[in-house]
Design a protein around this ligand. Sequence first.
Ligand code: FES
Ligand code: FES
Length: 222
Amino acid sequence: MGARRRGRAAGPRADCRRSRARSANGARCARTAVGRLRLGRVPAPRRRRAVPPSARPRRRAGAGADVIARLVLNGRPREVEVRPNQTLLELLRDTLGIFDVKEGCDEGVCGVCTVLLDGRPVSSCLVLAAGLRGRAVVTLRGLERNGGLHPLQEAFVRHGAVQCGFCTPGMLLTTLAFLEREPRPDREAIRAALEGNLCRCTGYTKIVDAVEAYVRGELGHD
Ligand code: FES
Ligand code: FES
């Protein structure tokens, strides 16, 4: 009997059993794995699913009671109860339903969440709502002129500077704040001003074209 068992243990499987016995981490027998590959039994690749920002888990509410955030939103005074660690982006989108402010990286890199805070462009994902203390916040809606588009928006449309449109609100607000400081910029200055706003569609050329057209007053605005 003993001789028969030893005989059956010979060959690749026996090698495998021996290596398993020695292996502390239980790694699979290399010879068996090679055999499977030759037979075409390659393990199925792991599937990855993209997780949209809205489905990502929210940051946990911090300890402490809710507080009142005071702001002037697109010209209208607001008082809203917020968590102490709630960002301005979360306040605008999740609490107030202002979806013209977009959510991207959530960490101050992409610029799609840009709003004007007292006239200056900021990433709203990096601003705590509780610290606003009555400051003026302008989103894309605040650019509306008598129910119509702002001339800079019209320039973007006319010059094909909008594709998916995800970056557009941040681009427009950043541009307008920049033109307040520098009304007659050249192309390089426009590019430099928009470097914190990422666009995955347009390649930026048409955006700069649109801003130049607006600066030239091509749409008959002041
Ligand atoms: S979402 Fe705020 S910078 Fe990207
Ligand atoms: S138009 Fe799509 S990200 Fe800019």
